[in-house]
Design a protein around this ligand. Structure first.
Ligand SMILES: [Zn+2]
Length: 292
């Protein structure tokens, strides 16, 4: 049986950007959690000779252009995680377009080129209320999106969205339209006895035991590519802790010390490619025509 590849994606934001934390701390980059965490991830990827997709936050790329250069020089894909980590729920088509253009300018100034074709919304905020973002992405030169979380969870998600790669219809994000202008590469959600189970990253990756993660992912790669996501702040040795309500504290801090070990195990278990390489290999993206 041929197994499908998987993609590791890294949402490169600082520790104070996540939605549950940002209201409670000043945005203060005096410590370098994002650098330490990104470096730890880069080292793990290099040990396993794996290429990954780094969805950079524009604010981080502005402050740390050398980090963008190091990621690109190591052969990884650079994608866009927005400029400010403001979710689409609080943007308009106009302010969103501004963020995308500002982001491309930051990447061009860091790299001297703009290779970005993929986008991940902050907090998976692309849902039925923010579907206006898809045509804006297309118009701004993006070829694929990885922001639709294919099940409703506490903060986000789209009920009934496909679990595999598809093209969202203009009038219904959860419907595949072969003529759709953008490719969607959802993060891994397994299906077990008719129930959907998120395994791709963040709290789910930290909370679930490795045997269950790999059991679900093994099933996924037998039928379609999988995609995982992690954050540098989950991999930094000295993450500042903020007093949060207990559910938010659980989602943010539960089993952080398991991320490194699980990442190592997953990196040795599956074939990993960048999202772009998977889409090109599977014929969703034409390599020659999407190079910018
Ligand atoms: Zn994020």
């Amino acid at each position: 049986m041929t197994l499908h590849p998987a993609a590791i994606t890294i949402d490169v934001e600082n520790w104070f950007h996540p939605e549950l934390v940002r209201e409670r701390v000043p945005a203060d980059d005096t410590n370098h959690v994002v650098r330490a965490g990104t470096e730890a991830i880069l080292e793990a990827l290099a040990r396993h000779r794996v290429s990954a997709t780094f969805f950079m936050l524009g604010e981080v790329a502005t402050r740390h252009p050398d980090l963008v250069r190091r990621i690109a020089a190591a052969g990884h894909e650079i994608g866009c995680h927005g400029m400010t980590h403001e979710p689409l729920w609080r943007l308009t088509p106009e302010t969103f377009r501004r963020e995308l253009r500002d982001f491309r300018a930051v990447i061009r100034s860091a790299l001297g080129a703009d290779p970005v074709v993929g986008y991940r919304a902050p907090t998976f905020s692309l849902d039925r209320t923010t579907a206006w973002a898809l045509p804006v992405l297309r118009e701004e030169g993006f070829a694929y999106d990885s922001s639709i979380f294919p099940m409703p969870v506490m903060l986000y998600g789209v009920r009934g969205a496909p679990l595999g790669i598809y093209r969202p219809a203009g009038d219904d994000l959860a419907r595949h339209d072969p003529q759709g202008g953008l490719i969607e590469f959802p993060v891994a959600v397994g299906s077990l006895a008719g129930l959907r189970l998120p395994v791709a990253g963040g709290f789910y990756l930290r909370a679930l035991p490795l045997w269950l993660l790999t059991a679900v992912l093994d099933r996924i790669v037998r039928s379609r590519p999988a995609s995982l996501y992690i954050h540098p702040w989950e991999c930094a040795p000295d993450l500042p802790r903020v007093a949060l309500p207990w559910t938010s504290a659980l989602i943010t801090y539960f089993q952080l010390d398991s991320v490194g070990r699980k990442l190592e195990a997953l990196l040795s278990r599956y074939e990993f490619l960048t999202m772009r390489a998977i889409l090109e290999r599977q014929g969703h993206l034409e390599a020659a025509t999407t190079r910018r």
